[in-house]
Ligand binder design. Structure first.
Ligand code: DGJ
Length: 730
């Protein structure tokens, strides 16, 4: 396993347990060709796949038709303006205004370990778990050094890629496009799987055939967005949950991105992913470097389900950090849907008292505790407790809440500024805006220019002051609008194109500072629901609020799409009141609990006002969480049935790594008359192990549970659910 270089053949072979990735250096000019990515093979040389002896041949043998070669050769990192007319990854503006760029291989390094990407989130590993290849390439004319960095995970079918660019010339160069990865492969009637959505309906699964031309998903909103996830899977047209080849590409980045599948004239498929080049440019002075975000490549020859499980394992062990990564999170109650802006200390304490009596462990005070914030029109940026509303401020509340045996958590929206705020009145130029233009408001707010250090420092100081003032153990970091009217008061005309990326770097720096200064803090990211649920943010917070849609039935699809790539431990999920504030639907309290159990699990309702029969269920739900959360957080996830596709019922299963325990969650969305029991075939168990179903006492082999299945009675009524706990007996 790991990475090997076969010098005589000029082949790099990157092996994971079940996949091989091969790169070939070709011809006198040292072109870097993409040879193969797929199921693991023992061979050291598959360079015939590059087709260099067919048709156009290599330039050294046929330079009169160089363009034909450039436009068909499968490239590791294609560059702009030299005859490759497919989507390229790198484009520049040189001192003379030229955009072309041409790379050839110079040397390489192979070493155990994985380098950090300065200022950017990335997966991590050590010399035991990772091997890295750096391909050092150069554009001789521009004197640009481009290092293609690949890391192989020894135990997971995952490879990461990023690019480091150094300006080794005497002049400044502008980068106008830097993508993170490209995959050139023969098209085999592949499908493309992406996650699309909008506010309250994030990450719906979309599968479609890749046809001629380009199919692009992207964001230009300054955040990864509700609308598209920086993720794309290329999969066999017949691939399903359990079989078929799947290539997953995910960008560890929280800003503008593009991911694209393109079929070119010869039926070659080119998949690309990286920072969206629209409105992007980066000035590199002599000696300066630029680092691209990391792209994660996951290969599965066992269907979509295995891709999911690899992403989950990778992110749980090699992306998420901190105190809470491997720990049960405190069961929280958040006051947003309970009170919105209408609360005071007494109201919050009455919620906390009842919550603690029933076993809930943390009270989170959401929006409205600071400045003059009594609605969502003002005060963002004024991070000072409103003591008229909250008598005694945070120290008093924290003390009272701690006395109840609970923790206290607090909401912030650090990246924003309300025009009606003290902060804006003293620093109007701190908002992102274009001089002379009235910036577009969204939720009556503007975005702070956190690309500026003094802005970051001021915001951080006011937030950390609040956090130091009392025992606050959780922060919900919200972000409720996209970026528009891009302009920074501190950038020159030729560097304004850096603002989107500098904003994201500023965000990462702020969050890094927060978790370093408060290492015990549980941070939950959020963006108007799930608008920035991406692997970049996961590097800083082990959980992210999934969606403002808290209706349990809607959540089935949202959580299904999210868990396609993100572990269940990361999905912020709460039991909310009914009729649902999202859509007016009423679902049984128990069902809401089963759905939230597949995420972080918490409450978002006025516990002092909900019906008594619901309240009585809370201790049972709390016990259920404590019983199953270790399994849910750490186990292997299987999709058994999708309500998003069958429109009737949903079923997921989590299996312990040692296969001795499993939990099945079944939700019957729609009841139908005169139906017989439904048969559900389980997955991921051990064929020969004998299991006992806790609820029925039935004893069966793993083989029987998986191939014959279990029967689930038709339940009387819509929106009902149950969980089925399976334990090995031998
Ligand atoms: C959007 C979040 O998604 C909600 O949970 C809540 O925190 C509101 N913002 C508060 O303004």
């Amino acid at each position: 396993m790991g990475i090997s270089y076969h010098e005589n053949k000029r082949i790099f072979k990157l092996d994971t347990p079940k996949s091989t990735y091969m790169i070939g250096i070709v011809d006198e000019e040292n072109f870097i060709g993409h040879v193969y990515y797929g199921r693991r093979v023992v061979d050291e040389d598959l360079s015939y796949l590059l087709r260099t002896s067919e048709g156009a041949r290599v330039p050294s043998k046929n330079n009169r038709d160089r363009v034909s070669f450039m436009d068909s050769f499968p490239v590791e990192y294609p560059t702009h303006g030299i005859g490759d007319f497919r989507e390229t990854c790198l484009s520049v503006k040189s001192k003379l205004g030229h955009s072309a760029c041409s790379l050839s291989y110079i040397s390489h390094r192979i070493y155990p370990d994985k380098p950090k990407l300065t200022g950017l989130p990335s997966t991590f590993g050590d010399s035991e778990s990772c091997t890295t290849l750096e391909l050092i390439c150069e554009d001789k004319v521009l004197k640009l050094q481009v290092v293609l960095v690949y890391t192989v995970f020894e135990k997971l079918d995952a490879i990461t890629r990023s690019v480091r660019i150094l300006n080794a010339s005497e002049d400044c160069i502008y980068l106008t496009k830097v993508l993170s990865a490209c995959l050139d492969m023969d098209n085999r009637e592949y499908d493309m799987l992406t996650l699309y959505g909008l506010w309250s309906r994030e990450r719906m699964i979309n599968r479609r055939r890749i046809t001629d031309g380009k199919q692009l998903i992207s964001s230009l909103r300054g955040i990864s967005s509700h609308q598209e996830q920086p993720f794309m899977a290329i999969l066999d047209k017949d691939a399903n949950e359990d079989q078929g080849e799947v290539y997953g590409l995910h960008l560890v980045y929280s800003g503008n991105f593009m991911a694209q599948a393109e079929i070119s004239q010869f039926g070659l498929l080119r998949a690309t992913i990286g920072i969206n080049p629209v409105d992007f440019s980066w000035k590199l002075e002599k000696g300066e470097s630029f680092i691209s975000p990391e792209a994660v490549l996951v290969y599965s020859s066992e269907g979509i389900g295995q891709m999911t499980r690899t992403f989950h394992d990778l992110y749980r062990s090699h992306l998420i950090r901190g105190e809470y990564r491997d720990k049960k999170r405190p069961i929280l109650i958040n006051n947003w849907e309970a009170t919105y802006f209408d609360f005071n200390s007494e109201k919050l304490l009455s919620i906390a008292r009842e919550a603690s009596r029933l076993g809930i462990e943390m009270l989170v005070i959401d929006d409205g505790w600071f400045g003059a914030r009594d609605d969502d029109n003002c005060a963002l940026g004024d991070w000072v407790v409103n003591e008229a509303k909250l008598k005694g401020g945070m120290p008093y509340l924290a003390t009272e809440i701690n006395k109840l045996g609970m923790k206290l958590g607090l909401w912030f929206e650090p990246e924003m500024i309300s025009p009606d705020s003290d902060l804006y009145r003293s620093h109007p130029d701190w908002a992102i805006q274009i001089p002379g233009r009235t910036g577009a408001l969204n939720r009556n707010q503007l975005v702070l220019d956190i690309s500026r250090k003094e802005v970051r420092d001021a915001i951080y100081d006011s937030i950390s002051k609040v956090l130091h003032s009392a025992n606050i153990e959780y922060v919900k970091w919200d972000m409720n609008r996209c970026l528009t009217d891009l302009g920074s008061a501190c950038l020159e005309a030729d560097t304004q194109g850096e603002l989107y990326h500098r904003y994201v770097l500023g965000l990462y720096e702020l969050q890094e500072r927060l978790i370093s200064d408060f290492p015990q803090l549980l941070l939950e990211n959020c963006s108007s629901g799930g608008g920035r649920f991406d692997p970049g943010m996961l590097y800083y917070s082990p959980q992210i609020w999934c969606s403002d849609d808290t209706d349990a039935i809607e959540r089935l699809s949202i959580q299904e799409g999210t868990s396609l790539i993100f572990p269940l431990s990361t999905m912020g999920a709460h039991i909310a009141d009914c009729p649902s504030h999202s859509n007016g639907r009423s679902t049984p309290f128990a069902t809401r609990g089963y759905v939230a159990l597949a995420g972080t699990f918490g409450y978002e309702l006025d516990i002092t006002k909900i019906p008594e029969e619901d309240r009585q269920l809370i201790p049972e739900q709390v016990a259920m969480y404590h019983k199953y959360n270790d399994l849910v957080r750490t186990g292997d996830y299987y999709r058994i049935a999708s309500y998003q596709s069958n429109h009737e019922y949903d079923c997921i299963q989590v299996v312990a790594k040692d296969k001795k325990e499993a939990l099945v969650t079944y939700i019957q969305v729609l009841a139908r008359p005169n139906y017989r029991t439904r048969r559900i075939r389980l997955k991921g168990l051990c064929e020969d192990m004998i299991y006992r179903i806790e609820e029925t006492g039935l004893v069966l082999s793993g083989g029987a549970l998986m191939h014959a299945g279990i029967q689930i009675d038709n339940m009387w009524g819509d929106y009902l659910g149950k969980i089925i706990h399976i334990l090995a007996v031998n």
